[in-house]
Design a protein around this ligand. Structure first.
Ligand SMILES: [Zn+2]
Length: 208
């Protein structure tokens, strides 16, 4: 008899502090509420060696070894270094500025663009987002250091995204780079991550 026997009687798990804490934490993940968190915890309890143990170890490893690069904002392994901005084999003359890593993944998957990425980590107006956390100063540094010729701003078509784009454009005035923006073809309110390849392609092609 596995833990499944407890399914439906979640109250039984209530006085186990560790389980309660785990459910609380998992509920904070995107797309998950308390109900799905409980199902996940049950699944983990039923697969202690195959799932729970490797997951706990992997989480710990990722926590220790992977972090956001302070220069470009992408994820990097501390042992390997950043293969976005420290990649010496490939030289590009373009940087594409996006809000989140998921935006970078969408653009990479579509193979529309060849160049560096710069991940802001949010927008200017998002709540509890401080200007200095957005890596705009480091963007200006990168543009100068890598002799970048074009900066493509691919923030989303929301008010926050456009305010951020405007601010970035002003910050880049001291550099020689041409600044373009994905505008046409982007639906208003459209987030890069949720665009299909065709829309993304025309947004890149028609950048201004
Ligand atoms: Zn980097």
């Amino acid at each position: 008899m596995g833990f499944q026997a407890l399914n439906g009687q979640f109250s039984l798990m209530k006085n186990i502090n560790e389980i309660e804490e785990l459910i609380k934490l998992i509920s904070k993940l995107p797309g998950l509420g308390p109900k799905s968190a409980k199902r996940i915890v049950l699944k983990l309890m039923n697969s202690r060696d195959e799932l729970m143990k490797p997951m706990a170890n992997t989480l710990n490893e990722v926590y220790k070894n992977v972090s956001r690069c302070k220069a470009c904002g992408t994820l990097k392994s501390n042992s390997v270094g950043c293969n976005n901005c420290e990649n010496k084999d490939k030289k590009f003359n373009k940087i594409c500025v996006v809000e989140n890593i998921s935006d970078q993944w969408s653009i990479e998957n579509s193979s529309i663009y060849q160049g560096y990425f710069h991940i802001l980590g949010g927008t200017l107006s998002s709540s509890n987002q401080r200007k200095e956390d957005l890596l705009i100063t480091s963007l200006v540094d990168r543009v100068k250091k890598d002799s970048i010729e074009e900066v493509i701003i691919a923030t989303s078509a929301t008010v926050e995204g456009q305010t951020t784009a405007h601010y970035i454009k002003n910050s880049l005035k001291e550099t020689k780079a041409k600044v373009s923006k994905l505008a046409q073809g982007l639906p208003v309110g459209g987030e890069i991550e949720s665009l299909d390849d065709g829309t993304l392609f025309s947004a890149f092609k028609n950048r201004s």
